[in-house]
Design a protein around this ligand. Structure first.
Ligand SMILES: Cc1cc2nc3c(=O)[nH]c(=O)nc-3n(C[C@H](O)[C@H](O)[C@H](O)COP(=O)(O)OP(=O)(O)OC[C@H]3O[C@@H](n4cnc5c(N)ncnc54)[C@H](O)[C@@H]3O)c2cc1C
Length: 445
């Protein structure tokens, strides 16, 4: 990472300080620099994440396009054309497999799956080529008192900024210095991650097995070198099983992977290190304070179910960029109005994802018949009701409440509508009507 100076340099002045150089911080710095702001990105380089990939859906793909990173990401990624969810909880009533195809909503793919390390390398390379300053350093202190924010770096330098975008992760120093409270909790789960080679092709299908310890997910990866068939693994389990599996010989673990995936992809070989991540959740009391806004894991953490985390973070960035467009950062009233809008716009999206993932995760790990029945009924309804399934798919890849400029594109055309654009929410209304009709028919029997 290029440092702007060495040693006893004078302070740095900037309009926007982005704190944290993980995937969210890099994306934020690129987005704001492209919009014409004077941006300084300050952060430690992200450490390699063994065996970790990230699935980015349609709205995020549009975002990557807007910041000029899509071609490079696409070259390193695999498209996800189909998502298959399999209930493997052995609950009382049989539950059908839920299969969702991107072509049903007029898209060639739901999104792209790419290695985390490759994604951050691409964003870093783009950031280096963009007109923004990058300082590889840790921020040790903030002063939010005056007309500008002063950030102090570990080597004593100071950065004076009109505004701070905090992207310094779940233990955010910026958030703590601004006095924003958090509520944190843990799950009795660990996620093991790895990159795998396998015997049979994945056909660009992502498969999620819902087990009693949490989801076991295989997401397609592109062929590389000799390895034609590759996928990434995210496997949630209790900490005791994680310890056992990490200690056992690789060949044993590979047999278990083949068993858990019901042999659908044939024999498995682990080609990367195996990553281990404790599962937890976090919510914040506020998303903004004075001259600061939170994005990414500084303001939401939840388990990797349904690949929501970074997709949500990029929506934070795109929304914030929208809210601050044409704001004079020195004008406190203008700024506080814009931040109020950001706070309002993000609350629903973040709350919905955090609670949705929490609910689904708990419904799996707590064996309780009524909950099993409700989850099973959800699978049945999604399988039987096309409009409901399509509405959920659309909401998953490009939520209609959050359509910031950087994520807007031509709406994919509904294949059966023959060019007529559906009214917003029309699919949900149709799905509700179908569900009511089904219920009435059931009640009449
Ligand atoms: C197993 C797993 C699988 C996942 N899969 C998906 C997926 O498929 N799709 C998806 O959308 N999401 C997924 N996620 C979530 C996603 O990976 C995270 O949301 C994302 O990596 C968080 O990025 P971030 O930049 O917000 O935070 P971080 O990656 O934590 O980055 C914060 C950065 O700030 C730096 N920093 C911290 N403090 C300071 C300081 N004081 N000064 C300077 N720098 C500092 C850190 O060094 C770090 O580089 C997954 C998560 C897990 C655990």
């Amino acid at each position: 990472m290029a440092d702007t100076d060495g040693g006893a340099a004078p302070g740095i002045e900037t309009q926007i300080l982005v704190a944290g150089a993980g995937s969210t911080g890099l994306a934020a710095a690129l987005a704001f620099a492209r919009a014409g702001w004077r941006v300084t990105l300050v952060g430690r380089l992200p450490a390699p994440l063994p065996g970790r990939t990230v699935a980015l859906f349609e709205a995020s793909v549009r975002f990557l396009d807007s910041i000029g990173a899509l071609d490079a990401v696409r070259a390193a990624a695999c498209p996800i054309e189909t998502i298959r969810m399999i209930d493997d909880t052995e609950q009382l009533l049989p539950v059908p497999d839920l299969v969702m195809r991107a072509e049903e909503i007029g898209l060639p793919a739901f999104g792209l799956n790419v290695s985390n390390d490759e994604l951050t390398a691409i964003l870093l390379e783009r950031a280096r080529a963009a007109s923004l300053d990058i300082v590889e350093a840790e921020i040790v202190d903030y002063d939010f008192e005056g007309d500008a924010v002063i950030a102090t770096l570990a080597d004593g330098r100071r950065v004076e900024a009109q505004f701070v975008i905090a992207a310094d992760g779940r233990a955010s120093r910026a958030r703590n210095a601004a006095g924003i409270d958090t509520k944190e909790w843990t799950y009795p789960q660990v996620a093991l991650t790895a990159l795998l080679r396998h015997e049979l092709p994945h056909d660009n299908i992502s498969t999620e097995y819902h087990t009693r310890s949490g989801p076991f997910t295989l997401v397609p990866l592109p062929a590389r070198g000799e390895a034609q068939n590759r996928s990434s693994l995210v496997w949630l389990m209790n900490p005791r099983d994680a310890r056992r599996r990490l200690a056992e010989p690789r060949a044993e673990l590979e047999y278990e992977l083949e068993d858990f995936s019901r042999g659908k992809l044939g024999a498995m070989t682990i080609e990367s290190g195996v990553g281990e991540f404790r599962m937890g959740g976090m919510q914040v009391s506020r998303l903004t304070a004075g001259r600061l806004a939170l994005v990414g894991e500084t303001c939401h953490v939840f388990p990797p179910i349904g690949a929501q985390g970074l997709n949500l973070s990029l929506r934070d960035v795109a929304d914030l960029e929208d809210c601050l467009a044409s704001v004079d950062l020195r004008n406190e009233r203008e700024l506080s109005r814009a931040l109020m809008r950001y706070e309002l716009q993000r609350r629903a999206d973040i709350g919905f994802r955090t609670h949705g993932v929490d609910l689904l995760n708990r419904s799996l790990i707590i064996p309780y018949l009524p909950i099993d029945l409700i989850r099973g009924a959800g699978f049945v309804a999604m399988t039987a009701l096309g409009p409901l399934r399509r509405a959920v798919m659309r909401e998953g890849v490009a939520p209609h409440l959050a359509r910031p400029r950087l994520m807007r594109a031509e709406e994919p055309r509904e294949p059966r509508m023959r060019g007529r654009r559906p009214r917003p929410g029309a699919e949900l209304v149709g799905a509700a009507r179908d569900a009511l009709a089904l219920l009435r028919r059931g009640a009449a029997r």
